[in-house]
Write a protein that binds this ligand. Structure first.
Ligand SMILES: *[C@@H]1O[C@H](CO)[C@@H](O)[C@H](O)[C@H]1NC(C)=O
Ligand SMILES: *[C@@H]1O[C@H](CO)[C@@H](O)[C@H](O)[C@H]1NC(C)=O
Ligand SMILES: *[C@@H]1O[C@H](CO)[C@@H](O)[C@H](O)[C@H]1NC(C)=O
Ligand SMILES: *[C@@H]1O[C@H](CO)[C@@H](O)[C@H](O)[C@H]1NC(C)=O
Ligand SMILES: *[C@@H]1O[C@H](CO)[C@@H](O)[C@H](O)[C@H]1NC(C)=O
Ligand SMILES: *[C@@H]1O[C@H](CO)[C@@H](O)[C@H](O)[C@H]1NC(C)=O
Ligand SMILES: *[C@@H]1O[C@H](CO)[C@@H](O)[C@H](O)[C@H]1NC(C)=O
Ligand SMILES: *[C@@H]1O[C@H](CO)[C@@H](O)[C@H](O)[C@H]1NC(C)=O
Ligand SMILES: *[C@@H]1O[C@H](CO)[C@@H](O)[C@H](O)[C@H]1NC(C)=O
Length: 360
């Protein structure tokens, strides 16, 4: 009696876990049938620029945890600046924050390889990469890095390089075609027949202002590209997707701006002065729908994901690993606090099943 009901319960549990793992797209079954542009993706601004032991807690760092941890935690848009170094040929293009003298975290190719490794292990997820083209690399120079990493094989090619569609494919479409990487570059001066998947960001997206040092001064107004700047209705009519920047800078000596770390717990919260939740609500009012992307610093703090889940009406997301919501400081344990969320859910379910089997 005991073993039969335990067996039945664990079979049901196994079926349930298989089904939920297969049916979730970007951590939720409810997102599978929605168009790529009709959901809100959490973005890690300056994803590879870390403020942790590896960088001696560089004040140029925007995130405490690396790109892999970001993806594990549910971040689905990753931005990075690409600069030209003095190395020759393909090795020249590195990810640097503002300048390669300040913070150089290696080649674009190696970062794309890390993302590829994650995507190969997580086949039901659509990931967006935004390469900020700081030193005007050509499409061929950037495309060569995508090819070398192998991530080009997962890239989606848009129907047009000059206009943005009204509706994008659903997550299900992108996943079943295995074109799960959406690759944008800000900006490309020309498209390339050899790398047709590299999308010129401002053809497809618009952004609000990103330079903000005051929690009372966020704006939903389009700031880039210039063709829609200042006009929410022009941005809306153009079908471009809204990238809502929501991070706060502080001004240091000599006017240098760096991410405001002490206020991040409010900046990334659902409520409070200058919170992300308040910005999403404000901008949803302006555009009649939530932003498609929300870009934040210190993504784990807040946690920023809570406002994104609310915008998507997602509850009970699956397959995410939880990460500490605290700032990472010199005194704290570093990688501590990263754990598998679904395994703790598994433990709860197993405990309930065992309790039932014992007739509790
Ligand atoms: C966007 O998704 C929501 C939620 O599923 C749905 O109600 C709405 O019709 C969709 N909008 C468009 C334009 O597809
Ligand atoms: C790169 O080379 C230029 C010109 O030779 C030089 O001025 C600059 O300092 C070098 N930068 C680095 C990071 O080595
Ligand atoms: C775009 O930039 C690349 C690299 O700077 C250059 O070789 C190419 O001629 C430029 N194309 C146009 C159309 O300006
Ligand atoms: C999926 O691939 C097929 C065959 O290449 C293509 O016709 C279709 O447009 C693709 N769908 C999407 C959403 O990209
Ligand atoms: C508020 O933002 C606007 C641009 O969006 C800027 O011109 C202004 O200086 C900012 N004010 C403060 C107090 O930061
Ligand atoms: C960070 O922002 C908060 C809220 O505006 C402000 O009180 C604090 O002084 C800022 N930090 C720095 C170092 O400027
Ligand atoms: C944010 O952190 C500060 C300490 O750094 C704390 O005093 C404050 O209560 C926190 N606010 C929220 C909303 O968590
Ligand atoms: C949201 O709008 C209110 C009312 O206009 C304004 O006071 C507040 O600063 C805005 N908040 C954000 C985060 O944009
Ligand atoms: C990212 O960080 C995690 C946790 O600190 C670490 O285990 C992993 O090796 C790192 N991954 C990469 C690609 O650096």
């Amino acid at each position: 009696m005991f073993s039969r009901s335990l067996l039945r319960a664990s079979t049901l549990l196994a079926l349930y876990m298989t089904a939920s793992a297969q049916n979730a797209c970007n951590n939720s079954p409810s997102l599978c049938s929605r168009a790529y542009n009709n959901i809100t993706h959490l973005g890690a601004h300056d994803s590879p620029f870390l403020r942790n032991q590896e960088t001696s807690f560089s004040t140029s760092g925007n995130q405490y945890y690396n790109t892999t941890v970001q993806l594990d935690s549910g971040v689905r848009m990753l931005s990075a600046q690409v600069h030209k170094t003095n190395e020759s040929g393909a090795d020249a293009w590195h990810l640097c924050h503002s300048s390669c003298d300040l913070l150089d975290v290696g080649s674009l190719e190696s970062w794309l390889s890390d993302i590829k490794t994650w995507m190969d292990a997580n086949t039901n997820d659509v990931v967006t990469v935004l390469v900020v083209n700081s030193d005007d690399a050509s499409a061929a120079e950037i495309g060569a890095q995508f090819s070398a990493s192998g991530i080009d094989k997962l890239a989606y090619t848009p129907p047009s390089t000059t206009t943005t569609p009204q509706t994008w494919p659903t997550l299900d479409n992108l996943i079943s075609n295995n074109t799960r990487l959406m690759a944008f570059v800000a900006s490309l001066n020309e498209s390339s027949a050899q790398y047709p998947y590299l999308m010129d960001e401002f053809v497809y997206m618009f952004e609000n202002d990103f330079e903000n040092v005051n929690p009372n001064n966020y704006s939903c107004n389009p700031s880039r590209p210039s063709s829609v700047a200042g006009s929410a209705s022009a941005a809306l009519e153009s079908n471009r997707m809204f990238v809502m920047n929501h991070f706060l800078y502080e001004t240091q000596l000599f006017g240098i701006q760096s991410p405001n770390e002490t206020y991040a717990n409010v900046t990334n919260a659902q409520t409070g002065i200058g919170s992300m939740g308040e910005s999403v609500t404000n901008c949803t009012g302006v555009y009649g729908k939530p932003p498609t992307f929300v870009m934040v610093d210190f993504f784990n703090v807040g946690p920023a994901m809570a406002s994104v889940d609310a915008a998507n009406s997602v509850t009970g997301a699956t397959g995410r690993k939880s990460v500490s919501t605290a700032p990472l400081t010199q005194g704290s344990a570093g990688t501590g606090g990263v754990g598998k969320q679904s395994s703790s859910m598994f433990a709860v379910v197993v405990a309930v099943v065992v309790a039932i089997a014992f007739g509790a």
